[in-house]
Design a protein around this ligand. Structure first.
Ligand SMILES: C[S@@+](CC[C@H](N)C(=O)[O-])C[C@H]1O[C@@H](n2cnc3c(N)ncnc32)[C@H](O)[C@@H]1O
Length: 443
């Protein structure tokens, strides 16, 4: 079997099954399948790409398969459908010869589903290879969604949010994110160290502590193992910077992070000089947060607790700054979690936006007079970003004044949103599509 033979398809298939069956994150499912797969480096790269791309293009692949299937897609059993999707991605996008794509899918069906399935897989994929698909116009939400691998409703949301830029932002969500680190301590020393190790490391565009290291394996970097660097997207680092911006003139400011796990922003703030109370609703996730704090040697600067941000067990007005890095739809991190776009439901932005507003209002009670409040989410729909800020100001505008987002931008080319918040995105800023807004509590 060649490097692009059955074993790579089996590894990709098993990863995809875990994502669909157990709701696993694709990165974890792919890592686990590759570890179990006994593949060399080239095959691992092929299998990982095949799994991620098949997950990314899932809805488009289902549409294409629907054009040639004689029964409705939902009547195809889940195991078989994933075999078909893997084959369809290779046929439509994979630069794999049609015969190899069909033959390996048939072999995969035999190995993983059973001999009874082989005739069906062969027939459907040969049909797809021959078909002239009638792609809808990209002027429509359906058509652009199929062309860029997003559900039509996400395209509609993006058009409402970004207007003319919708296409570029959605395309940005399909780009490879590379590896981004936050230096702990001297960034130039970290750059030197990574370059000496053969990496093409470059400074971030916006945050003073960010380093891009495309091609790095973060788990294998001594700097990460020894706590001199943390894996963090530049957008998340900018959120930490935005919190710091509001308290930087204080000595050891008291900062509350109400949704803190796994701890990227809390540990950043502690390293900048804050005393942090870091809370998370889920005890298991609070445990991961406590591990991160220990690993980075920050136990004396960060207190961890499991608590609901909707009713934090804390004295009111006790903090110089409060961060609400709220649970969200995650559409801003689809570069790293390609399957997410098909999991989010059309009602999620409104539902999550309502939750975010509730958490923001509760957290606001912990801000002392004159203190600073930051709201952030790794997403972009209006209902989770600008509308939350508008809802917050409508009720709290007499006690909180929104800060000029331009002062938070650190030079980012981000879209300033109705003068209230800052929308970062991969197209403009090369970052995750994070949104942030900040407010000063009136004295
Ligand atoms: C976007 S993540 C936070 C990421 C974190 N700030 C970081 O930088 O590593 C949102 C977090 O909110 C937590 N969460 C969800 N609902 C919550 C609630 N009601 N109260 C507190 N935390 C909550 C989730 O467990 C999740 O860890």
């Amino acid at each position: 079997v060649t490097g692009e033979g059955l074993r790579t398809r089996v590894a990709a298939y098993r990863a995809i099954r875990r994502v669909h069956d157990d709701g696993a994150w694709s990165t974890r499912a792919v890592d686990a399948a590759l570890r179990a797969g006994d593949l060399d480096a080239r095959d691992r790269a092929f299998a990982a790409n095949l799994a991620y791309e098949t997950l990314r293009w899932e809805g488009t692949l289902d549409w294409a398969l629907g054009q040639v299937l004689t029964r409705p897609l939902h009547n195809v059993e889940a195991e078989l459908l994933d075999v078909l999707r893997l084959g369809a991605w290779q046929l439509l996008y994979g630069h794999v010869p049609d015969r190899a794509a069909v033959a390996t899918a048939v072999d995969l069906a035999r190995a993983e589903v059973g001999a009874r399935a082989t005739g069906f897989v062969n027939g459907v994929l040969r049909g797809l290879g021959r078909a002239r698909l009638a792609w809808p116009s990209q002027e429509t939400d359906d058509g652009l969604g199929l062309a860029l691998a997003y559900p039509a409703w996400v395209v509609a949301e993006a058009r409402r949010r970004f207007g003319e830029r919708a296409r570029a932002v959605l395309e940005g969500g399909n780009a490879a994110p590379g590896v981004t680190l936050r230096a702990v301590g001297d960034r130039d020393a970290l750059l030197e160290e990574l370059r000496a190790g053969g990496l093409d490391a470059t400074p971030g565009r916006h945050a003073a502590e960010t380093v891009h290291a495309p091609g790095a394996d973060p788990g294998a970097l001594p700097a990460v193992g020894e706590g001199r660097a943390v894996v963090q997207d530049e957008a998340s680092t900018l959120v930490g910077r935005a919190v710091w911006h509001g308290v930087a003139e204080l000595t050891e400011p008291r900062v509350l992070d109400v949704a803190a796990a796994p701890g990227g922003k809390s540990t950043h703030l502690a390293q900048l000089g804050a005393r942090v109370v870091a809370a998370d609703l889920h005890p298991g996730r609070a445990g991961q947060l406590a591990d991160a704090v220990r690993r980075l040697g920050l136990g004396d600067r960060v207190a961890v607790l499991a608590a609901d941000a909707g009713a934090p067990p804390l004295r009111p007005e006790a903090f110089d700054a409060v961060l609400v890095d709220a649970p969200c739809s995650g559409l801003g991190v689809v570069r790293r979690r390609p399957e997410l776009r098909w999991r989010v439901e059309p009602g999620d932005p409104a539902r999550l936006g309502a939750l975010q507003l509730r958490l923001l209002e509760s957290a606001a009670a912990a801000v002392r007079p004159g203190g600073w409040l930051v709201y952030s989410v790794c997403t972009w729909p209006l209902a989770e970003t600008a509308e939350v800020v508008a809802g917050f100001l409508a009720v709290n505008g007499d006690r909180f004044a929104h800060a000029d987002p331009a002062t938070l931008a650190c030079g980012a080319g981000a879209v300033l949103d109705g003068d209230h918040g800052l929308q970062l995105d991969p197209d403009c800023d090369g970052t995750d599509a994070m949104y942030l807004a900040a407010f000063r509590r009136t004295a």
